[in-house]
Design a protein around this ligand. Structure first.
Ligand SMILES: Cc1cc2nc3c(=O)[nH]c(=O)nc-3n(C[C@H](O)[C@H](O)[C@H](O)COP(=O)(O)O)c2cc1C
Length: 192
């Protein structure tokens, strides 16, 4: 059985990040649900690390090796975990820029778990009004429940036990059958 390939994209351009904490919590919940049944390959792509490799590339051909590897990882993932901070009511600019470099046919039918981290809960619908349409463009398979977190869900850089973990558990429970089905289809060569 080939490894199930999970790629998390963390859209925060800064180093210390609650968006990264959220992505790590999602990935660790996914791992706990999947690793007993499937070999896993986990990759976390941080915009904070990739900015200098993607920021000046206007086309995929202009990417350096590291930028091209990141785009390729997204294009070949069995599950993408897309996590962005909320900037001006939407995803961060560099998060969008990375996906602008992804082939528009590469994510068709691909499971994507959506998550965003904002300052307050006022912008919670960013996951449905901004992130979901981006992945609808790609004809990806967005998990029905998206995850939104805000300052109130953390004590410092630690998730406070309670509703946020419940939302993560719900979205992961929906993502698992999608990613297992996608992986089985790939092993049977029904999808690329
Ligand atoms: C340029 C900028 C714009 C922001 N716009 C919003 C916004 O529209 N709505 C919101 O809830 N938070 C907004 N915030 C707050 C960030 O979403 C919040 O600080 C971030 O998610 C915290 O995650 P981090 O620790 O990964 O930076 C903004 C922050 C910055 C720096």
């Amino acid at each position: 059985m080939t490894a199930l390939n999970i790629v998390a994209v963390v859209g925060n351009p800064g180093a210390r990040s609650r968006t990264k904490v959220l992505a790590d919590a999602i990935v660790s919940t996914l791992s706990a649900a999947l690793e007993q049944h499937h070999p896993l390959r986990l990759q976390v792509l941080e915009i904070a690390d990739l900015a200098s490799h993607i920021g000046t590339a206007l086309t995929p051909q202009q990417l350096d090796a590291e930028g091209a590897a990141a785009v390729r990882a997204i294009e070949t993932a069995d599950l993408i975990v897309a996590v962005t901070p909320v900037y001006k009511g939407s995803y961060s600019g560099l998060f969008k820029h990375l996906f602008d470099l992804v082939d528009q046919e590469a994510l068709v039918g691909r499971p994507v778990l959506l998550a965003a981290n904002g300052g307050s809960h006022r912008h919670a619908l960013v996951v449905d009004h901004q992130l979901r349409p981006l992945f609808a463009f790609f004809r990806a398979l967005a998990v029905p429940s998206a995850i939104y977190a805000a300052e109130a869900d953390y004590a410092g850089y630690t998730i406070t036990p309670g509703p946020l973990q419940d939302r993560i558990d719900e979205a992961v429970a929906q993502a698992v059958p999608l990613v297992v089905a996608r992986h089985a289809s790939r092993d049977l060569r029904l999808v690329a």
